[in-house]
Ligand binder design. Structure first.
Ligand SMILES: NC(=O)NCCC[C@H](N)C(=O)O
Length: 309
């Protein structure tokens, strides 16, 4: 018996109540309060990763298996997409057989939307160039677990305005009183359309989002300092001098001294000595590897939301 499914391609697909429910369910999974239920027994989940993945692929595969589903894994060279079959035809065939597909593609989200034209199969965005929604859900799960709530948190994001920054901006701004300060290198900011969307969300929820392209006058009283690696997956920087543009945007031990009451977050993989000092990433304030573990608990909540129907 096939059920209607729900897609998660962008965080903007989620109503506030859905976002909150996924986060709280993820916290329950993390705390072991969900009693090993296997609500997805008999379902089949495909994973298609056309780009590298350690955390997201493992999290969704383990989540599907732990919830009772079976998994088919497709790597970058496996599908007839490589021989010219369209994404639409691929989606049509998948939807006749799979209950969900978790996909990391090189192209824009429109590709995933084309795959998601079928109501019985859920499509989950496991990262596109412009948004990483399941990362933000794992991050919110980690914040909820750590602080007991997300409202009112003050977060500084340092680094490229990549898919992770976009997802954070679209997620955190939906919680009252949050302040998200983005410090991105000049020329490597958050997509202005995403930032505008985040500003509208922030206005509607009593939150604040701000972006600057320098590291002067950082806000105080921070709860979280977040960074990301300088080489975003599947991208390259044409400017040969880009490292000097990024150099001031590092989370160093010295910066940490001024914000030592905060926790440190990172979507990983990390490059110690580049975007973050080892003393910070491996220090007592770091919850980066809790974040990574929460990708599993959050992926379980996402698959349940998509497929429980
Ligand atoms: N946690 C992850 O999914 N890490 C993979 C890469 C994240 C980073 N935003 C990137 O695009 O390279």
């Amino acid at each position: 018996m096939r059920h209607d499914a729900r897609d998660l391609i962008s965080l903007t697909d989620l109503a506030d109540e859905d976002l909150q429910a996924i986060v709280l369910r993820g916290v329950d999974h993390a705390a072991g309060r969900t009693g090993g239920e296997r609500p997805l027994t008999g379902r089949v989940v495909g994973t298609y990763f056309s780009k590298t993945s350690t955390r997201t692929r493992t999290a969704f595969t383990c989540a599907a298996l732990r919830l009772g589903a079976q998994v088919i894994a497709y790597g970058p060279g496996d599908l007839q997409l490589n021989t010219g079959e369209s994404i639409e035809d691929t989606g049509r065939v998948f939807a006749a057989m799979l209950d969900a597909v978790v996909a990391r593609t090189a192209g824009p989200p429109a590709e995933l939307r084309a795959m998601a034209a079928h109501p019985r199969m859920a499509v989950v965005n496991a990262m596109t160039a412009d948004e990483h929604p399941t990362q933000a859900l794992a991050d919110l799960t980690t914040l909820q677990e750590r602080f007991g709530g997300i409202e009112g948190l003050r977060l500084l994001y340092v680094g490229e305005g990549n898919n992770t920054a976009a997802a954070l901006a679209l997620a955190l701004t939906r919680f009252a009183g949050t302040h998200l300060e983005l410090r991105t290198p000049p020329g490597y900011g958050v997509d202005p359309a995403v930032l505008e969307r985040a500003r509208i969300l922030a206005d509607g929820h009593g939150a604040v989002v701000a972006e600057r392209h320098d590291m002067a006058d950082l806000p105080g009283d921070l709860d979280v300092v977040y960074t990301t690696r300088w080489q975003t997956t599947g991208t390259s920087k044409p400017d040969p001098d880009w490292r000097s543009v990024f150099a001031p945007f590092r989370v160093t031990a010295e910066l940490w001294d001024d914000h030592s009451k905060a926790v440190f977050m990172h979507d990983l993989p990390a490059h110690r000595g580049e975007e973050v000092d080892a003393d910070v990433l491996d220090g007592p304030a770091s919850i980066a590897f809790t974040q990574a573990e929460n990708k599993l608990h959050s992926a379980m909540a996402v698959l349940e939301w998509c497929m429980r129907g």
